[in-house]
Write a protein that binds this ligand. Structure first.
Ligand code: NAP
Length: 270
């Protein structure tokens, strides 16, 4: 049998950093396997899944835009991802050919916050798209207190509070911040080519943490403003690497090597 392989699928796909991350770990662990980038259009998604289902060398795939919702119709969902986060980012092939879909974004997001006591804490989340769903799912499980969602479309944000059983409120992007313990940017604002996210961080307490999911650029305007105020920050690479690590273990049966994150981060920002 040929060496096992996994893939990342999306449309477009050239921008994906997953092959770099998984390739680095495969090499570091000396695993004979491959991780590939595969351009799959929406019209080709069902055929792609059908072909891979009967390919014993294929361990699974990471799923990126625009397939995270559509792929849920093509695979098994034992963890009820459809009824919770509502999007899958990882498909794993079982030895009998069954395909299980899951989502590693929520756990990848939460990992850098695991030491924080967020029980009952007020938080702010900017954005109400796919990434925000994973963030809100994780925050609900962490038992946070009041959640303020700032978003361009308030109705969408309102729906998310209800979906995840969170109490809180919704405000426009230019609203002043409440004194939250954690501020998360889960919107596209601040990304290269997108408008900046201009927030006045003055209302945040001195021990607040500011977390930006955007990783291009890595040092966003939001993180720079937070650092200038002396606040702790978490950048988007932590989540990117965290969600990839969980998927890697599902594909190749071994966790990524320990103590190599700085090297990987340098590779990703070169
Ligand atoms: P998405 O589903 O398309 O949602 C985009 C969000 O940004 C929505 O809330 C949208 O507001 C808002 N938005 C977009 N353009 C805007 C504009 N011009 N003005 C105001 N609001 C705007 O995208 P996503 O998948 O959630 O991704 C969001 C960001 O998270 C991206 O930067 C992505 O790279 C990043 N991300 C990072 C990781 C990681 O591992 N670090 C993982 C996933 C995503 P509306 O609701 O009003 O449309």
């Amino acid at each position: 049998m040929s060496a096992p392989y996994a893939e990342v699928i999306g449309d477009p796909i050239a921008q994906s950093k997953s092959p770099l991350i998984d390739g680095f770990w495969l090499k570091a662990l000396g695993i004979e396997g491959d991780y590939r980038r595969r351009h799959v259009t929406p019209g080709d998604l069902a055929a792609y899944i059908g072909e891979r289902r009967v390919d014993a060398g294929w361990r699974g795939c990471n799923v990126t835009i625009p397939h995270k919702v559509a792929v849920m119709d093509l695979v098994d969902d034992p963890g009820n991802i459809r009824g919770t986060i509502g999007a899958m980012n990882t498909i794993v092939r079982q030895p009998d050919g069954a395909l299980i879909g899951t989502n590693t974004d929520a756990a990848g997001f939460y990992a850098p916050l695991a030491e924080l006591d967020l029980q009952g804490a007020p938080v702010v989340v900017v954005g109400a798209g796919g990434a925000a769903r994973a963030v809100l799912f994780a925050l609900a499980r962490a038992g946070v207190g009041s959640v303020t969602i700032l978003n361009r479309s308030p109705l969408k944000a309102m729906g998310l509070l209800a979906t995840f059983g969170l109490k809180g409120d919704v405000a426009p992007l230019d609203a002043s911040l409440p004194p939250a313990a954690l501020l998360v940017n889960a919107s596209s604002l601040g990304m290269t080519g997108q408008p900046p996210l201009d927030l006045d961080l003055a209302p945040l307490p001195e021990d607040a943490v500011v977390y930006d999911l955007v990783y291009a650029p890595l040092q966003t305007g939001l993180l720079k403003a937070a650092a200038a105020r002396g606040l702790d920050t978490v950048d988007g690479l932590d989540m990117l690497i965290g969600q990839a690590a969980l998927a890697f273990e599902l594909f190749f049966g071994a966790p990524p090597p320990e103590g190599r994150d700085e090297e990987l981060r340098a590779l990703l920002t070169a």
